[in-house]
Design a protein around this ligand. Sequence first.
Ligand SMILES: O=P(O)(O)OC[C@H]1O[C@H](OP(=O)(O)OP(=O)(O)O)[C@H](O)[C@@H]1O
Ligand SMILES: O=c1cc[nH]c(=O)[nH]1
Ligand SMILES: [Mg+2]
Length: 217
Amino acid sequence: MPTVSIHVVDHPLVAHKLTLLRDARTATPTFRSLADELVTLLAYEATRNAQVEPTTVVTPVAEARGVTFSGPRHLVVPVLRAGLGMLDGMVRLLPTAEVGFLGMVRNEDTLQASTYATRLPEHLAGRQCYLLDPMLATGGTLIAAIRLLAERGAASVTAVCLLAAPEGVAAVQEALSGLDIPVAIVTAAIDERLNENGYIVPGLGDAGDRLYGTVSA
Ligand SMILES: O=P(O)(O)OC[C@H]1O[C@H](OP(=O)(O)OP(=O)(O)O)[C@H](O)[C@@H]1O
Ligand SMILES: O=c1cc[nH]c(=O)[nH]1
Ligand SMILES: [Mg+2]
C-alpha cells in the first residue's frame, strides 16, 4: 500500500458547495459558511479509519452492542491562517478531539513554506492526527506539517483539504514515500494545475484572503 493515499470526495453536496466557494462573487461571510459546511462533509470521509473498540450500552429496551473511539484522543491541527476556517467544521464531528496549532506561511516569491508558530503536544505516540489546510498547491506546506507530526510520533496523519493541485499531490507522495505511518489526503477536488505564481487553477484564489477579507500585496 502506498504511504500516501488520496481520496477525492465525489458527492453532489460537496460539488455544489465547492462550486459556490470558487465563485469570485461569493463574499467573505458566505465563503466562511461554505468552507465550514464543506469540511464537515469531508470530515465524514476523513474519519473513516478512526479506531474503535467494541462496547455495549443499555437502550430503554435491551442491551445493544456498539463501538466507541479507542486509543488516545484524536488531534486536530489547523494550519494557520486559512486552516482555522476549517476547525469548527471538523470538531463538529470530533468534539472530543484535542486541538493543536501550526502557523505556516508560504513566501509568495520563492513558494517556500516556513513555520512561525507551533502549539502541539510534544509526544504524539499512538495518536491519529488530522491536519486542516484548505489549499494543497506546491505541497511544501503540507509536507513540512506532516513531517513535524510524524517526528513527534503520530500514528497516522490525515490531511483535509478543500482543493489540491496535481503537482502538490505528486510532491507529497514523492517526499513522504519513505514515511512509516499511513498518510491520507482527503479533498473535495483535484484541479487542473498550478499557474506561474503557484496558485491552483481554476482554484478559488487565496483561501486566507477570502476567509478573512484581506487583500494580498
Ligand atoms: O502547497 P503550498 O504551495 O505550500 O501552498 C499552500 C499554502 O498556502 C496557503 O497559505 P498561505 O501561505 O497563503 O498562508 P495563510 O493561510 O496565512 O494565508 C494555504 O492555506 C496553504 O497553507
Ligand atoms: O491557489 C492557492 C495556492 C496557495 N494558497 C492559496 O490560498 N491559494
Ligand atoms: Mg494565504
